[in-house]
Design a protein around this ligand. Structure first.
Ligand SMILES: *Cc1c(COP(=O)(O)O)cnc(C)c1O
Length: 408
């Protein structure tokens, strides 16, 4: 068989055919799925070859392996596919989304005396990383609202070294204006980083909108089955890749062969799952909007959402993501707990993006480490529920939400 030219393939095709033929010869027979290389160490023809392998590459430029923490064939295959999916220059995979975010922040140049400007609605653990690890290390951290029309002015005023945002905020699914933010960051010479976990390359590829680094928690939609923890950083340029790889290696954060295999397997159905999850989410959002027990629904696919027009422009396939939030009319923790306890199909879980529908209550999960007034200032009320819509039959999801709302 001839080696395929993948460069012309659409995302769906690319993800399904991601692992074939990279590893063995025709003579030995070719498995359609890349084997899991559990080995921690690799043997070479002679010491000179080992010397090259320890340096990371052969004189031909081909990747070579010596020790799994420095890189392994499964992680490398996953990096190649994610790099192409995001239209980047290169990618490095990590043992978790947080490890990927940490490495991206360091590679972007955060060091004592430098400054990061970030959206205030960030994923809770990312805020903790900034406050507990980077601030004590002498990094100035400024959190502000970067979803409004004054975002560019704010970046210019603060003159940060790094600008950090998320495509969609958690849990209120506010959409960031990627083009405006990347242009403003580039104007002040800041490195721009975006966490694109909620959108995936199916909905938007931020490098095409000017971002320098894209990070994902691959634990969520990419894996999609709730059985693997992983992260990735994709770089728009070659320049930061060596640094990212050094952090993966020296911080011990390289993704294992088995987890790489699981994420790769999940990616094969990413576009199918996204289609179904986005379509289900829109129907669920419309249902919740009409429900007498619901105060309001946050979902960029609804015409009333403040960024609906931006979302229609920025997100592809006429789809708006699988995640939404809604507020119960009874704005209390007790009402939220009662609703969640009444659910029979939707799972109470701290994660999102899996094949099954999952609900989360931000004050005890993603926003646990914030004070009540911090949560209120972000617009997260006591009746706010986050829902990650799964691939189940949408009628079953709606019936479950209905019975739980009605009996609460
Ligand atoms: C889950 C998540 C992370 C952290 O990823 P882990 O894989 O859990 O380390 C970062 N950002 C977002 C938006 C997330 O949802």
């Amino acid at each position: 068989m001839k080696k395929p030219d993948r460069s012309s393939w659409k995302l769906d095709t690319l993800l399904v055919h991601s692992t074939e033929q990279d590893h063995v010869t025709e003579a030995t027979g070719m498995p359609t799925v890349q084997p899991i290389y559990a080995s921690t160490t690799y043997l070479h023809r002679d010491t000179e070859a080992l010397d090259y392998a320890l340096g990371g590459a052969l004189p031909s430029g081909e990747q070579a392996y010596a020790y799994a923490r420095q890189g392994n064939p499964n992680a490398h295959a996953l990096e190649n596919i994610l790099c192409q999916a995001e239209a980047g220059a290169g990618a490095v995979v990590f043992a978790s989304g947080m490890a990927a975010i940490h490495a991206a922040l360091l590679a972007a140049g955060l060091a004592p005396g430098s400054k990061i400007l970030a959206a205030q609605d960030l994923y809770g653990t990312t805020i903790t990383l900034l406050r507990k690890i980077l601030m004590p290390g002498g990094v100035e951290v400024v959190l502000c609202d970067l979803y409004g029309t004054d975002a560019a002015a704010r970046i210019e005023e603060e003159q940060p070294d790094v600008v950090y945002v998320e495509t969609l905020s958690n849990p209120l699914v506010k959409l960031i204006d990627l083009d405006t933010i990347s242009a403003a960051a580039s104007k002040v010479g800041a490195v721009s980083i975006v966490d694109s976990t909620f959108t995936t390359p199916y909905l938007v590829r931020p490098i095409e909108h000017g971002f320098d680094l894209v990070v994902h928690s691959a634990t969520k939609y990419m894996g999609g089955h709730g059985d693997s923890t992983a992260g990735v950083v994709i770089s728009a340029k070659n320049a930061l890749l060596d640094l990212l790889r050094t952090y993966a290696n020296t911080l011990g954060a390289m993704l294992s062969p088995f987890e790489s295999h699981l994420i790769m397997r999940g990616l094969k159905t990413l576009t199918l799952r996204m289609e179904r999850q986005c379509d289900n989410a829109l129907q669920v959002a419309r249902f919740l909007q009409r429900h007498p027990a619901v105060e309001c629904v946050h979902y960029p696919g609804l015409p009333g959402h403040p960024q609906h027009e931006l979302a229609s422009r920025l997100l592809e396939h006429g789809r708006f993501g699988g995640l939404l939030a809604f507020e119960l009319k009874a704005q209390s923790r007790a009402a939220a707990f009662c609703f969640m306890d009444n659910l029979q199909l939707c799972l109470r879980a701290a994660t999102l993006g899996d094949v099954y529908s999952q609900v989360s209550y931000p004050p005890i999960a993603s926003h646990r480490n914030l004070t009540e007034s911090e949560r209120q200032s972000m617009g997260i009320t006591d009746g706010c529920i986050r829902l990650s819509v799964g691939i189940e039959n949408v009628e079953d999801i709606i019936n479950d939400l209905d019975q739980a709302l009605t009996s609460s």
